[in-house]
Ligand binder design. Sequence first.
Ligand SMILES: Cc1cc2nc3c(=O)[nH]c(=O)nc-3n(C[C@H](O)[C@H](O)[C@H](O)COP(=O)(O)OP(=O)(O)OC[C@H]3O[C@@H](n4cnc5c(N)ncnc54)[C@H](O)[C@@H]3O)c2cc1C
Length: 620
Amino acid sequence: MNLRPTIDFLLNDWLDTAALAQRERFADHSRETFDAVLDTCERIAREKYAPFNRLVDTQEPHFDGEKVILPQATHDANRAYAESGMLSAAQDYECGGMQLPYSVEAAANAFFACASVSIGSGMLTTGNANLLMTHGTALQKEVFAKNEFAGRWSGTMCLSEPQAGSSLSDVATRAVPDGADFESDPLGPRYRLKGNKMWISSGEHELTENIIHLVLAKIPDADGKLVPGTRGISLFIVPKKLVNTDGSLTGVRNDVALAGLNHKLGWRGTTNTLLNFGEGKFPVGQGGPLGNGAGAVGYLVGQPGKGLQCMFHMMNEARIGVGIAATMLGMAGYYASLEYARNRPQGRPIQSGSGGAVKDAAQPQVPIIAHADVKRMLLAQKAYSEGALALALYCARLVDEHHTAGGATADDARLLLEVLTPIAKSWPSEWCLEANSLAIQIHGGYGYTRDFPVEQYWRDNRLNMIHEGTHGIQATDLLGRKVLMEDGRGLQLLGARITATIQKASAIPTLAEHAKVLGLALQQVSKATKGAWSTGNPTEALANAVPYMQAFGHTVLAWIWLDVACKALQTDPQQGHAATQGRIGATRFFFHYELPKIGAWLAVVESRDQTCADMPDAAF
Ligand SMILES: Cc1cc2nc3c(=O)[nH]c(=O)nc-3n(C[C@H](O)[C@H](O)[C@H](O)COP(=O)(O)OP(=O)(O)OC[C@H]3O[C@@H](n4cnc5c(N)ncnc54)[C@H](O)[C@@H]3O)c2cc1C
């Protein structure tokens, strides 16, 4: 529907992405090559993803005792995605990549998320391989990362355990050296792993020849004890099937067993698994440090004890990816409910008459889009999802700046990303989920049935506040770490960018009032940040971290909308195009209906309100 023009406007008019082609890394690129990538992804998403979104929801993955069965459509979509080259799009030409800017890659992936987030594109595989390209040895890159980029193998991220979700310091999977020669394995220091990993996405399937698990585990000390905290966590490559140094399979299955599939609320096209590592179900050899061949063979990545740092290396992009998934589900619901609202006749216009509002039953019914309340729900969805998309692409551009701008610009981009990433992940997770709820509301009773797509969007989207750091954890990260880091320089940088937009918008009559209001909001956020930390007591400061993140996020989104509106009016001052009217309408909506909410959120932050923290357990 409107997605491509929206992406084109944001990438080209607003972010001037073509200017990246002036950088050495992107020198072979141009607006034309970026468009070609978008065209291809849009087409594959339309042909291989969108038609099967409901099918993958109803035909959940199942285990037949030997294999996990997924619909043929998932295999086809997966193959088409790999063949498009998107798995390695950002990589060097020598690695078979396209040296594509991350902002274009992120925009192109948005088409898949909009068409069927549930089938999934290659986010985990790309993330896994990218991590190895940064932290792996030359052979680990050659053997594991390159086969993942080629789509021959896929990747997972195995962090969570049944007893260790948000608190990764409590990871209990153990890794012990595998024999006296463990350090001389060409694929990396070889260990045997034992433990359980919970919630592992794409942990088992037959979509690819092999699955490369990246696993967090602890190496016990000389007394056999695990080092408490995150310091003791290391990272290992654990292939499902063991491989030779030339990338061929050895024919030996590694000791990684599927303990069960999780049956999810949504996002059912992708398997989610409990994996047992090293329980001896698939012994490798006969002896080994755990006896009888038990223990999953794993190769250390990077230094022992630095596993979490390696994982966090890819977190910014992974979190922007989650934000885009949430955003695109919001967008899909918006498009579905917009179409429905245009076609559903119900009710008549309100007219003034004696005794208040009256309706003329002799008149034909109007489509529900004619009712102000339905327009409110549509505008909210538009403001949430298009605003979130703009934020995601802005952050993706910061990734490009960080990687290729050099000097102070690159460093500023790094720091701004630190501050904005919790918002890029969490804000769409909350508000584009709300958008999905409004899409159901617009459908009335029909929205509550499986005959319309919107209930699935809501179910699929409900995950995003939970994984990749829950809402509460992201909020603590924002208020407890990000706004304080480097003496608050990240927050100052953000303030400077917001102020620049305010100055620009102040000179445009349509936007001048919004500019003033945004200035006040920025002051409120700054005051509340100081208030929260005024006693220096983290327990008091962080008790209201989520309301803080909500207010911070709404202020950021108001800034993004105002900046987008400036560009829209610069290109179409008379608002002659419906798209410009739409952008100005959404900006106005955000400033009138959404931004005022920050007052209530920030009040409890600034006063360090302890209502929640003080509530005794027994009083609930
Ligand atoms: C469908 C799905 C896919 C997933 N995919 C993967 C994957 O591929 N790889 C992987 O490793 N993991 C994956 N996860 C796991 C996911 O990252 C965890 O579920 C998440 O980190 C939360 O952990 P938990 O479920 O143990 O909840 P808990 O950590 O027990 O949290 C429960 C609640 O308590 C709150 N809470 C916990 N600690 C604190 C605290 N200190 N302060 C304030 N509040 C707190 C949380 O915010 C949350 O609301 C996936 C999860 C799901 C549901």
